[in-house]
Design a protein around this ligand. Sequence first.
Ligand code: SF4
Ligand code: SF4
Length: 197
Amino acid sequence: MATLEREIRFESDRDPEFAAQIRRMPGCENLNRCIQCATCSGICPLSTYMDMTPRRVIQLARDGFKADVLNCNTIWLCASCYQCQVECPKEIGITDVMYALKCKAIEAGIKPKQAAPQTLYREFYNLGTKNGRISEGALMVNTVIKTQPARFWSLKMLGLRLLRTGRFGWKIERMPQQSVLKAAIQATPPINGKESS
Ligand code: SF4
Ligand code: SF4
């Protein structure tokens, strides 16, 4: 696991109002109940790749260390699998906190440091707004071609294995009522007053 350079935190680094803002966001109301048991970090399938474990993100968000949590890669790597949220003994909406922090990072103009998460989110958004459904095959192929074209053929074998075991769908799916999709998109306010790009 990568570690962030800055290990010592000072009281002056805290932004208590930021912590209060996060607690007011949907699903984040129980943030202060965390007992730091680390169940979330132990169960997270992606914590090996994160520069901060989910437990630490929760701790720093709760204490208002805004710069740390908005600049870590954890919030972008979180795959929204909800395993941590289901297992948390204090019923903290950990996945929702990750979403809330992503929203705050976007509002602050902070992007993920690696190209792959940015491209993955963009492709996810493009497919979602175009079809109303996410097609895993198209999502992964588009992301790999744009971020790691040299690895496309080696990853193809992994994709085929996932297809064979039913863990990966190839079909392009579309929402039947496209007019409803367009109306929902038009009614969604853009983040920070800007259109997503
Ligand atoms: S599982 Fe819940 S209580 Fe335990 S560290 Fe994670 S957020 Fe905190
Ligand atoms: S929801 Fe995110 S943080 Fe929680 S276990 Fe899944 S990938 Fe990890």
